[in-house]
Structure formats: C-alpha cells, structure tokens
Design a binder for this molecule. Structure first.
Ligand SMILES: C[S@@+](CC[C@H](N)C(=O)[O-])C[C@H]1O[C@@H](n2cnc3c(N)ncnc32)[C@H](O)[C@@H]1O
Length: 230
C-alpha cells in the first residue's frame, strides 16, 4: 500500500504531477497516463479504492430499474460496482475504462460473469459503443474534466449512450474534498453545481460521503441521481 502523499501524486517515474501544471489533454496522453497509474499500483494502492461502493449502490438501488436493464460504468477502473450489481442479479453490465490492464483485473476477478459483463477500453470523451443504456454511472471521472470543451464532449457521449428517460449517477469530490486526484487537478462540486452540469436531466436524489481511503484519510464526495427528461 502506498502512503497518502505518494498516492495523491498517483504516478511514478517521469509522469508529471499536478504541481507542474501538466495534465493529459488528448486521448493518447490520457491513455498513457491512466495505464501508467494502474500498472504502478495494487488495487488498494489508489485513494479511490473501496470494497463496497455503498454510495453508488444506494443510488442505483433508488433508480429501481429491472435487473435486465443495461448499465454502464464509465471510468470503472478496478471498481467493484459491477461485482455487486452481478450479485444483485443485473445481467447486462458494461464497464468502460482507458486502462486495459484495469479492466483485465476486473475480468480476472469475475471469471464467471461471461456475457453478463462487457469490458470496453474506450475514452468517455469520445464514447460510442453502438447501443444505449438505462443507467450511466460515473464515480470520480467527471471531476477530472477541468476544461469546458471536455465536459461538452462528456455530455455528448452521455447523450449518445443513455436511453430516453435513462438514469444518471455521478459522484465527484465535494466542495471540501481534495483539489487533486492521482496528481491531476480536479473540479469540486456542490450538489447544485453538479446538477447544473447536466441540463435536460431532473434531479431525483442527492447523496454524499466522506470516503475513507485505504490508508485512512477522508475524501468528501458529492453524488446525484438524475433522470433524463426525454
Ligand atoms: C479516480 S479513478 C475511479 C475509478 C472507479 N470509478 C472507482 O470509483 O473506483 C478514475 C478512473 O477513470 C479512468 N478514466 C480517466 N479518464 C478517463 C476517460 N477519459 N475515459 C475513460 N476512462 C477514464 C481511469 O483510468 C480510472 O480508472
């Protein structure tokens, strides 16, 4: 396990840190950066690790969609969300990430999931998997989008990928949360600020938590459940 200071940088070797003002700004740079993060760490060596993603599961449960409804987790990384959704009986799950090795770890953990779980290496800023989903889940990905054009690209992917009246679960660092994640600058959101990022969606529920990292520090999260208006 890494120390908090190491993990707040989140990368090793020549990867620039946020202090340098560097951040990955195109697909190739993002892929290289995030593959490097996952190659350099154990699953519980990243600040965002949680064995039970309670905040996310609670919001998915509130959507009360049938277990046959397709769900996508963007920027899934090593998250155990899909493990818990499989246990709940969901049988059409897709996990997307820039890191092939992160998704390979998930597949290795869930060898019996078979076709109930699709793993896709892709960039959420340019996502089109050729189908739509009833629920889009994102924990700790949207907050990396510090530029307006990146958030526009994210919303375009969301609109392409979410079915009419589909559900949206987004969790970001809250107003008292860290200012960086994995060494990159992030945007922190209040509930109102997060809701304002998604015009065309109605707020259904708000939630939040002080996430305890594997090394015992806390990170404030803001989360919302929203529903697409049309
Ligand atoms: C802070 S981690 C959160 C992981 C997971 N959602 C969780 O809660 O455990 C951010 C994840 O998003 C992925 N990621 C970052 N930018 C991405 C992008 N543009 N497209 C797809 N995945 C991305 C990273 O590889 C990493 O796995």
């Amino acid at each position: 396990m890494t120390s908090d200071a190491q993990a707040s940088t989140g990368t090793q070797g020549a990867m620039p840190a946020a202090d340098d003002g560097w951040r990955p700004q195109d697909h190739a740079a993002r892929s290289e950066f995030w593959e490097g993060v996952h190659d350099a760490k154990e699953v519980d060596g990243v600040s965002w690790w949680q064995s039970v993603p309670g905040l996310s599961l609670d919001l998915v449960d509130q959507a009360a969609i049938p277990t046959s409804a397709p769900i996508i987790d963007v920027g899934a990384g090593w998250s155990t969300l899909v493990d818990h959704l499989l246990t709940r009986g969901y049988d059409d799950l897709t996990a997307v990430d820039l890191s092939a090795s992160a998704l390979a770890t998930v597949r290795g953990r869930l060898p019996d999931a078979g076709s109930r779980l699709t793993l896709t290496v892709a960039d959420v800023l340019d996502l089109d998997v050729g189908r739509t989903f009833e629920l889009w889940h994102d924990r700790a990905v949207f907050h990396f989008l510090t530029e307006p054009d990146e958030r526009e690209d994210y919303r375009a992917s969301l609109h392409r990928s979410l079915a009419p009246h589909g559900w949206l679960v987004v969790a970001t660092f809250g107003p008292d949360g860290p200012t960086t994640c994995s060494g990159l600058p992030i945007c922190r959101y209040t509930h109102d600020e997060l809701v304002a990022q998604f015009p065309g969606f109605d707020l259904v529920a708000t939630a939040g938590e002080d996430h305890v990292t594997p090394w015992g520090s806390t990170q404030q999260f803001t989360a919302v459940l929203m529903r697409r208006r049309d």
